[in-house]
Every structure is written in C-alpha cells, then in structure tokens.
Design a protein around this ligand. Structure first.
Ligand code: HEC
Ligand code: HEC
Length: 117
C-alpha cells in the first residue's frame, strides 16, 4: 500500500514537471501601446520568418511575457546603434526595415481611427 502511494506521488511530480517545462503557446498578435500610435507586432509572422526558432528572440531579446518592457524606447536610433531589442533586426543594414522614415507610414505606429459621433 505504502509502495503504491509512493509510486503515485512519483508520477504526479513527473507530470507536474512536464507541464511546467512545456513551451508556452506563442501569441498571434501583440499590440504595444505608444503615444505616436500603437504598434501591432505580428508574432506569428515574426516567428515564421525565423523558421519558428524561438531562440532567435527568447529569452536573449525578450522575456516570454507581453507585459515585460521591450527596451526599445524612442529615440530608436539608440537601440538600433546598440543592436538591441527590435533594433537588432530593424536597423540600417539589418535584416528588416529601419525605423527612420517608417514611423507612421503604416509599417509601425498606427493611430486609432477617430471615433465617430
Ligand atoms: C522576432 C522575435 C520573436 C520570435 C522569433 C519569437 N518571439 Fe515570442 N515574443 C516576441 C516579443 C517581442 C514578445 C513580447 C515581449 C514583451 O512584450 O516584452 C513575445 C512574447 C511571447 C510570449 C508571451 C505572450 C504573452 O501574452 O505574454 C510567448 C508565450 C512567446 N513569445 C512565445 C514564443 C514561441 C513559443 C516562439 C517560437 C515559436 C516565439 N515566441 C518566437 C518576439 C519573438
Ligand atoms: C529577428 C529579427 C527581428 C526582430 C527582433 C524584430 N523584427 Fe520586425 N520584422 C523582421 C523582418 C525580417 C520583417 C519583414 C521584413 C521587412 O519588412 O523588412 C519584419 C517586419 C515587421 C513589421 C511589418 C509587419 C510584419 O510583421 O511583416 C513590423 C510592424 C515589425 N516588424 C515590428 C517589429 C517590432 C515592434 C519589433 C520589436 C518588438 C520587431 N519587429 C522585432 C524581423 C525582426
């Protein structure tokens, strides 16, 4: 009887460990609030472009937590020069478009449409 209880306990601990260690489900889209217009970060598209290699960004660039700070405050040139956060790719000569001249042309910051009435 005692042995069985020990076995049961062992299995429960194993199961719980597996649950905690499980990779978190990635979000599809994340919206980052900003005064100059919110940014919709297409997480699915970003992950897909990296062939779903999560380690490109996690956890060296970002925690897996949408509430954690992004460390990419304006002026973005600073982050681009340091190649940190979004600026590690979004910079001149980087893998993606730089922030310069792309602030509000629909690529990044989008102001919410004015409410009617
Ligand atoms: C191009 C970079 C990039 C790649 C690749 C990437 N992520 Fe993320 N992920 C982010 C960013 C940015 C955030 C938001 C971090 C923040 O707000 O501080 C995030 C947040 C998350 C969150 C938290 C969501 C929430 O609602 O709190 C999870 C979970 C996550 N990613 C899982 C994954 C998984 C799993 C993969 C691989 C399939 C992956 N990510 C690949 C950039 C990336
Ligand atoms: C690992 C490299 C990488 C990182 C880190 C990264 N991006 Fe991107 N991003 C790309 C690539 C590649 C594209 C598509 C190519 C292009 O449009 O220049 C892109 C495109 C975009 C687009 C256009 C819509 C889309 O997804 O196609 C937005 C908006 C964007 N990124 C915002 C961000 C923001 C905000 C961050 C930081 C939270 C970020 N990106 C971090 C590589 C990255």
């Amino acid at each position: 009887m005692r042995k069985m209880f020990a076995y049961f306990l062992f299995c429960s601990v194993l199961g719980l460990t597996a649950l905690v260690a499980q990779k978190k489900t990635p979000p599809t889209k994340l919206v980052f609030q900003a005064k100059s217009g919110n940014i919709t970060f297409d997480h699915t598209a970003h992950a897909k472009r990296e062939k779903n290699d999560c380690t490109v960004c996690h956890d060296k660039l970002y925690a897996q937590d949408a509430k954690a700070p992004l460390a990419f405050k304006p002026p973005h040139k600073n982050g681009e020069d340091k190649k940190i956060s979004c600026g590690s790719c979004h910079r001149s000569g980087g893998a993606a478009f730089e922030t310069k001249a792309n602030c509000t042309n629909g690529k990044c910051h989008v102001k919410a449409a004015a409410k009617k009435g």
